[in-house]
Design a protein around this ligand. Structure first.
Ligand code: CA
Ligand code: CA
Length: 219
């Protein structure tokens, strides 16, 4: 399991090194695959903006957003062959402007997403962790691991993104128990910073700390 985690972290580092963020269109493949278009208000004017993801090469996807009278595009590498998914419109800071969760990695049980936002001056911006690497959100569960996200309204504080990432730490034959973290994050410009961390140690799957509700992040 640790090996798997290291591979995932290594992939994230490689992705950060290889990524160019918003950039020119990559050469289109012969048969681009469409991931579907969703509507999200990325600029906060109460009118929907068209948002889409498509595959332009076997390991390159393109995010496109129509906003400010322009069609904005950003390409990004995926961690191998990643099935196309519709982008997810979320509002992780509660400011009325949608951020976009865009899948860039997947395995049998989990999907990994980057967070993008629209900036009127800069176009599409991929949000980063405090160390500058693209911020990842992982979702998916099996017996061996649980990953999820929520948003936590906590007045008077703004809405915060909450992630849960735990792994099975009980031995075979024992009651299943998980260990990992539940972390609250706040948006600070382009950076998603941790503001509260709760360690989870040998808790059952039904423990409230392991429960997430992605729909609570809806834009
Ligand atoms: Ca809009
Ligand atoms: Ca927002």
């Amino acid at each position: 399991m640790q090996m798997r985690r290291r591979r995932r972290l290594t992939a994230a580092v490689l992705l950060a090194a290889a990524s160019t963020g918003a950039g020119p269109l990559a050469p289109a493949s012969a048969t681009p695959q469409e991931g579907g278009t969703v509507q999200a208000d990325v600029d906060g004017d109460a009118k929907p903006n068209a948002v889409a993801v498509r595959e332009i090469a076997p390991d390159v996807h393109e995010l496109s957003v129509h906003a400010g009278g322009r069609a904005l595009r950003a390409t990004f590498p995926t961690g191998g062959t990643v099935p196309l998914q519709q982008p997810r419109a979320v509002d992780i800071d509660g400011d009325g402007r949608a951020e976009l969760l865009v899948a860039h990695g997947a395995d049998a049980r989990t999907g990994t997403f980057n967070v993008w936002k629209y900036d009127p001056a800069r176009g599409l911006v991929r949000m980063a962790a405090a160390n500058g690497t693209p911020f990842d959100v992982t979702e998916g569960s099996g017996l061996s691991e649980v990953h999820g996200y929520s948003c936590a309204p906590d007045p008077p504080r703004p809405r915060e993104l909450v992630t849960v990432n735990v792994e099975l730490t009980s031995a075979p034959g024992e009651t299943t128990a998980y260990t990992g973290t539940r972390i609250n994050y706040a948006v600070d410009g382009d950076v998603i910073r941790p503001v509260f961390r709760k360690d989870i140690t040998n808790e059952p799957r039904i423990h409230s700390l392991l429960i997430t509700n992605p729909s609570s992040c809806a834009a």
